[in-house]
Design a protein around this ligand. Structure first.
Ligand SMILES: [Zn+2]
Length: 208
């Protein structure tokens, strides 16, 4: 199975480095939801929230590269092009256009959704760059394929295998992510919502 092979390659790579190194998929989803919460309007449909969380997890589908024999450090490898900021905007844009297939190309809702999903997807790579294992992230690909980490890497590395998720290590990782991602994301959303509410440029709700 492709997934098992990819997991095995990644786990063995990370174990050589000391530990596997990804924020959990839940934490990526939380970051996507935070973006969606900042830009949400009243009564957003369920797919708005679901797609924002899903898009923030999407770049990790590139682990399939291991199963396809593409090396980790390759441009199309894990944490390569699919983890770049440009890749995020493209993935988010494509997802938005798939979400509203009936809308015209110029429909305002489509472009707003493209921006929200692009930003939600773009939260993924910076979180990966705040872990300390594996290879870094090709944040600026395709212009610069160097793999980078941020100077500050507080996020505890997470088990890639689901069977390790409900263990002491899994709990430790979740608590670390709660501290370094979930709570700051909640605070940022609250602050951004207050600023938007106080902004003189905020569009007034219609009377009907
Ligand atoms: Zn990732």
């Amino acid at each position: 199975m492709l997934y098992d092979r990819a997991r095995h390659v990644l786990d063995s790579y990370h174990s050589k480095k000391g530990a596997p190194a990804v924020p959990t998929f839940l934490t990526h989803g939380v970051a996507g939801l935070a973006v969606a919460a900042v830009t949400a309007r009243k009564g957003e449909p369920w797919r708005y929230w679901l797609m924002a969380a899903g898009c923030a997890m999407l770049p990790d589908l590139d682990v399939a590269a291991f199963a396809l024999g593409i090396p980790y450090g390759h441009a199309l490898g894990h944490r390569g092009l699919a983890h770049s900021l440009l890749g995020a905007l493209v993935l988010g844009g494509v997802a938005a256009f798939l979400a509203f297939p009936a809308d015209s190309f110029t429909h305002k809702r489509r472009w707003r959704m493209a921006l929200v999903l692009g930003l939600a997807t773009a939260t993924h790579a910076p979180l990966d760059a705040m872990t300390s294992g594996g290879l870094g992230v090709a944040l600026l690909a395709p212009f610069d394929h160097r793999r980078i980490f941020f100077p500050w890497t507080p996020i505890a590395v997470a088990p890639i295998s689901p069977r390790h998720f409900f263990t002491e290590l899994g709990l430790r990782v979740l608590l670390s992510e709660l501290r370094w991602v979930w709570l700051p994301a909640l605070a940022l959303v609250a602050a951004a919502r207050v600023l938007i509410r106080l902004s003189p440029w905020r569009s007034k709700p219609s009377r009907d």
